[in-house]
Design a protein around this ligand. Structure first.
Ligand SMILES: C[S@@+](CC[C@H](N)C(=O)[O-])C[C@H]1O[C@@H](n2cnc3c(N)ncnc32)[C@H](O)[C@@H]1O
Length: 265
């Protein structure tokens, strides 16, 4: 089992592979090797990753317009501009953001994530999403977020790293149960629904490099939102969630992710 507390340059990490696909420089040879193998079977992966990142920005803008000014972003990733707090604080300088990731390299770069406005606040928690109580009980969590007010909980491109037996649905509920009514849940998740053979091979490549990842279909992703009110347009391809412009149908296979946003009533 990987020791998540130490940066291990000999083993690929999902955060560093993702950083490579985003064009970042915070990755090692093992990550680039794993990324090259994934690219071979999923040539449009980089565009899927950019679609995912754009979804995050559009969701934060939508929620900010709805009055949300507190965000809990789990599975944050290596800093990539715009980071979530930059979008949230550009729209509302008083926005408060708690980031969570379990990758030691993300922790090493946490200072870049914590460059808050004076009016707002940003904190970083080094924790695993499979232990939601550790997140909710971290001192900086309570110091940053006021749980009497709604919070947007984002799990963007992270739940596919969580196995069924780790109970992703239970994790979502534990987090959302701690949040006030009017809070929101934001999820994107890898799927094989658009291009089954490519995704089957891509995820087999991830697993062969030591990173567990799994597809979930639209019903499985939709079930993660059960009990919450999905905003329009529901669970859709990540690039089709309130896009800024019309997209041609052929791009669906590129996205490779389902996405949705729901409200806790
Ligand atoms: C594919 S990246 C997504 C980054 C960002 N959310 C985005 O969409 O641009 C997945 C991130 O989730 C983190 N991650 C994976 N498993 C995790 C876990 N069990 N607990 C916390 N973070 C995890 C990885 O370290 C990585 O930074």
């Amino acid at each position: 089992m990987t020791d998540n507390r130490v940066v291990d340059p000999t083993k690929p990490s999902s955060a560093r592979i993702y950083d490579f696909f985003l064009g970042g420089k915070d990755n090692y040879e093992v990550d680039r090797q794993a990324a090259a193998e994934i690219l071979e079977v999923w040539p449009t992966v980089a565009s899927g990753v950019h679609h995912n990142r754009d979804f995050m920005t559009r969701a934060v803008r939508t929620l900010s317009d709805l009055g949300i000014r507190q965000f809990l972003d789990i599975g944050t990733g290596i800093p990539t501009e715009p980071n979530l707090h930059q979008t949230a604080q550009e729209l509302n300088p008083a926005a408060r953001v708690v980031y969570v990731d379990n990758d030691p390299l993300v922790l090493a770069y946490a200072h870049a994530l914590m460059a808050s406005t004076a009016e707002g606040k940003v904190a970083y928690i080094d924790a695993d999403v499979t232990d939601p109580h550790a997140i909710l009980s971290a001192p900086s969590f309570a110091e940053t977020l006021n749980l009497d007010e709604p919070v947007a909980v984002s799990l963007i491109a992270v739940l596919h790293f969580i196995r069924d037996e780790q109970d992703p649905r239970g994790i979502v509920d534990t987090l959302m149960n701690a949040m006030a009514p009017g809070s929101y849940l934001v999820i994107s998740h890898i799927t094989a629904d658009f291009d089954p053979e490519t995704m089957r091979r891509a995820l087999a490549t991830y697993r062969a490099s030591g990173v567990h990842a799994q597809n979930r279909n639209r019903d499985e992703v939709t079930r993660l939102f059960d009990g919450y009110e999905l905003l329009d347009p529901g669970v859709v391809g990540v690039h089709r969630w309130r896009p800024r412009s019309e997209l041609p149908e052929w791009r669906d296979a590129e996205a490779g992710c389902w996405a949705g946003v729901a409200r806790k009533s």
